[in-house]
Design a binder for this molecule. Structure first.
Ligand code: UDP
Length: 238
């Protein structure tokens, strides 16, 4: 078949939890390295790559506020957690010889670059992987919304959301053996049926900007390059 990649520029969103491996918390360096290799193989195909990593493996604003912290403070802590994950991924990618930039929505000049849209676009054109950190820079948002925002700003052709399952199912496939995977689903169906893909603000932003969301499994080796060629199983929200 035709093995040319269908995309020129995409954004990969992974949750912080994808970096934990079998641990209950934090970063598992061999897992970070495994995902970095996946990103490298996508990059090696000549695809311009943006990455957004969550922070849930380290800190989530909602859990902090449930324990009595002020929500905004807890959210800033969550955003800082995403910077730690971004730095870990940058280290793993650079060890593989891939040029990267960590670009933070909250300026911290000694650590990484501040977000300047036109500069980020230039990095992509120069084939550097851009890892967008600190979410949107605002409390009450999630990294799913940040991923949708950055993908739109960078004119990405799609968001690839790597999860533990190979798409969106009508019910939880881990507890329901008869769950059915959708090949294709509309933004409105996701919102109406409350399918667990991304939060509602991220879905609405993607819908308003006609940005397709491809949900696929991070578990399958070489999965992401295959998915970018239209191989394997996944669900497209469009
Ligand atoms: N966060 C935020 N604003 C943003 C993005 C993230 O306040 O624009 C905070 C929020 O507290 C969130 C935490 O950062 O709980 C970690 O992000 P997220 O929960 O999206 O991570 P994931 O679930 O993808 O690992």
């Amino acid at each position: 078949g035709d093995s040319t990649p269908k995309f020129k520029r995409v954004l990969l969103k992974i949750s912080g939890e994808a970096l934990m491996g079998d641990q209950a918390f934090g970063l598992h360096p061999p897992t970070v390295e495994r995902i970095a290799k996946e990103l490298k193989s996508v990059h090696d195909e000549g695809i311009e790559l943006c990455v957004v990593i969550g922070g849930g493996n380290i800190f989530r604003g909602l859990s902090g506020s449930a324990q009595g912290m002020e929500r905004t403070t807890a959210d800033y802590m969550g955003m800082l957690a995403t910077v730690m994950n971004a730095l870990a991924m940058q280290g793993a990618l650079e060890a593989l010889g891939v040029h990267t930039r960590v670009i933070s929505a909250i300026p911290m000049d000694q650590v990484c670059e501040p977000y300047i849209r036109r500069r980020a676009v230039r990095h992509l054109e120069k084939k550097r992987i851009c890892i967008f950190a600190a979410g949107t820079g605002n409390p009450y948002f999630t990294t799913d919304t940040a991923a949708t925002l950055r993908a739109t700003e960078m004119s990405c052709e799609g968001i690839f959301k790597g999860t533990q399952v190979d798409g969106i199912y009508d019910k939880d496939p881990k507890t329901n053996p008869d769950a059915v995977r959708y090949d294709r689903v509309t933004y409105d169906e996701v919102l109406q049926k409350n399918l667990k893909v991304m939060d509602a603000s991220a879905i609405a932003l993607a819908r308003d900007n006609n940005l397709p969301i491809v949900v696929f499994s991070l578990e399958q080796k070489g999965g992401m390059t295959g998915i970018l060629r239209g191989e394997g199983t996944y669900t497209v929200v469009e």
